[in-house]
Design a protein around this ligand. Sequence first.
Ligand code: NAP
Length: 320
Amino acid sequence: MKAIRVHQFGSPDVMRLEECPEPTPNEGQVVVRAHAVGVNPVETYIRSGAFPVKPQLPYTPGSDAAGTVEAVGQGVARIHVGDRVFISGAHSGAYAEQILCGAEEIHPLPDNVDFKQGAAINIPYATAYRALHQRGHALPSEILLVHGASGAVGTACVQLGVAFGMTTIGTAGTDRGAQLVRDQGASHVLNHHEQGYLDRLMDLTNGHGADVILEMLSDVNLANDLTVLGPGGRVIVVGCRGTIEINPREMMMREADIRGVQLPKATPEEKRSIYAALGAGLCGGVLRPIVGREMALAEAPRSHEAVLAPGAYGKIVLLP
Ligand code: NAP
């Protein structure tokens, strides 16, 4: 089978499509034939060698995919060959035609969700759910700002916030992205490149501000976020690519919180909650993963450039 392999950390071109042995499942393991694979920004940080946690070289990137079960190891009861599934992790890396997973990383893919959408579920939707509910303790009727709503995590956050009965405001950097955010049910969309756009948030909320901000680029926005939080508001740091200076007085005055999100830190119980909630939302059609771009598996290097480029539009998936 073919898989992307990385033999040294560096630029996107260190990713090469190679012939690899087909994986076989040991006890408690499952092999999935990938029909679509999700590309996430974290995979670019790991590939570059700049991420604190480094895999042993050589490795195959990726943790997100959807496909059909190809083989099942001993002791796996509830998963059968041929099942439609999405994955939430991969022992052997997801940028491949076949993926070796632990049985606990396999989730049923509802019939109303296609494989490309299935590849867009794991990191984006699990992170969005953890940020909004497990870290943000959001409540219906609260005001939610999704700061960076046009990308994979952002569109998931908007869908979750709207479904939960929150007044949901999103930001995007392009007209096309703004329309996408509107289409997900956001009440208002702001352009995060426009001068004074956060003043508009205060107008839209009659001076109250946001109760919860899900922040995709905290090194740019955190200081300003604190000035548009309502009393007892929470900024949830989802994305961060550098440092920033803040004025803690803004937190003090509002009794506000800044909370981090790190999806791998979810406990097994929290993971069970996350995937149960996502399964229900997907089956009911409340959650509708948006695939903005499809590329061949061999184009993985270009996909890593695309996922960091401005003008996000939902998810980028690779097709093996
Ligand atoms: P993505 O699809 O590339 O989306 C990036 C988003 O950031 C887009 O909506 C983009 O909007 C927006 N953005 C760009 N400039 C911005 C600005 N100045 N202010 C606010 N938003 C801005 O990436 P993703 O997969 O959604 O991931 C988003 C971030 O979360 C990444 O940094 C990723 O590494 C991180 N993340 C963290 C976790 C965790 O566990 N903590 C998990 C998943 C992802 P335009 O392109 O329209 O300008």
